[in-house]
Design a protein around this ligand. Structure first.
Ligand code: FAD
Length: 300
């Protein structure tokens, strides 16, 4: 099924993101995670893709298992920055062969390697170019990344939204956001996006923060702003892993409840391959999710 069609049928669409285990870990270690996540009845599960080349084959293998063994719709991430156009063509053929029909089309981060050539005439330069290419096939529904606070390489949010519009014009069917901790930033972003006439569904990316290293890594990678309330909680509990985890789950739950009340199209949970934490959050919102489903049935 094309994920874009799920957004026509239900709101919110609930999805989970997982990443493949590192090369030296057996791939089977992820299957227990998928099995546990399956019980939480996500609408789809997405699998990340190593931009720099590591672990890339595993994305397809895991997405294929999710779809063909567990019967859950899969969204395979695909980055273009380090692959030739021919390589991308082969990857797409393989996706098709394995019944994968949903792709999150990304550029990927520019590697730190000073010898890395960007742009490279053999490669697609931006996600919009990859999306253009994928749209030549009728076999795929395409998602793209959106950045409520702007992408880290672009200091002007309006300009970044204009480039988001280029991805939508190239054929993106729906968007998934970078994680954020301040819902107001998402609501402001949504206003600006609608003003630019971008009307495709947007799933909000939420990550429960479970330890201090994770927060530091996130800030260095994507520059996400931390609201005062969040910083207070983190500072108070940073030396107590159990308390920090509880606070992280509570914070993510509160964010999601607010987003659901606001009427968000979808929630995309960055699970960090931790099904127990994901279960806690899904349990916390289950009553609200049921109420929304009932309301939707009554309005049909
Ligand atoms: P683009 O949309 O191409 O944008 C990249 C930058 O280029 C932006 O600053 C944009 O403003 C700028 N730009 C766009 N068009 C132009 C133009 N014409 N001229 C000049 N500048 C332009 N990374 C991975 O490696 N693997 C993953 O699995 C992965 N999954 C992700 C999932 C989500 C939901 C998100 C939000 C991000 C994910 N990323 C992943 C990270 C992503 O690859 C990086 O953020 C990357 O730096 C940008 O990718 P993009 O597709 O958004 O790029």
């Amino acid at each position: 099924m094309f994920i874009k069609d799920m957004f026509l049928k239900r709101k919110p669409v609930i999805s989970f993101e997982i990443f493949p285990p590192k090369k030296d870990y057996p791939i089977e270690t992820i299957y227990d995670t998928v099995e546990a996540l399956k019980d939480l009845r996500p609408d789809f599960i997405s699998v990340t893709y190593g931009a720099g080349g590591s672990n890339r084959d595993r994305t397809l293998e895991i997405a294929s298992i999710i779809k063909n063994k567990y019967g859950i719709e899969a969204l395979a991430h695909l980055t273009c920055i380090a692959s030739t156009k021919n390589e991308i063509e082969n990857i797409l053929m393989n996706f098709k062969k394995h019944n994968i029909s949903n792709i999150l089309a990304l550029r990927g981060d520019i590697p730190n390697d000073p010898n890395f050539e960007f742009p490279n005439p053999l490669h697609y330069e931006y996600a919009k170019d990859l999306i253009n290419h994928i749209r030549e096939f009728k076999d795929f529904s395409v998602a793209a990344a959106a950045y409520p606070e702007g992408h880290i390489e672009c200091s002007n949010l309006e300009l970044d939204i204009q480039r988001l519009k280029d991805k939508v014009n190239a054929g993106a069917d729906f968007l998934i956001t970078q994680l954020f901790f301040d819902n107001e930033l998402f609501y402001n972003f949504k206003e600006k996006v609608v003003a630019k006439n971008i009307t495709i569904p947007i799933s909000a990316g939420i990550m429960p923060v479970l330890n201090k290293n994770q927060i530091e890594r996130i800030i260095s990678l994507c520059g996400t702003k931390l609201p005062k309330k969040f910083v207070r909680i983190m500072e108070k509990y940073e030396h107590n892993p159990e308390a920090l985890k509880e606070a992280g789950i509570a914070y993510a739950t509160e964010q999601i409840i607010d987003l659901l009340s606001w009427g968000v199209d979808g929630i995309h949970l960055y699970t960090m391959n931790r099904p127990q934490t994901t279960r806690r959050i899904i349990d916390n919102i289950s009553t609200i999710r049921d109420i929304l489903k009932q309301e939707e049935k009554l309005s049909i």
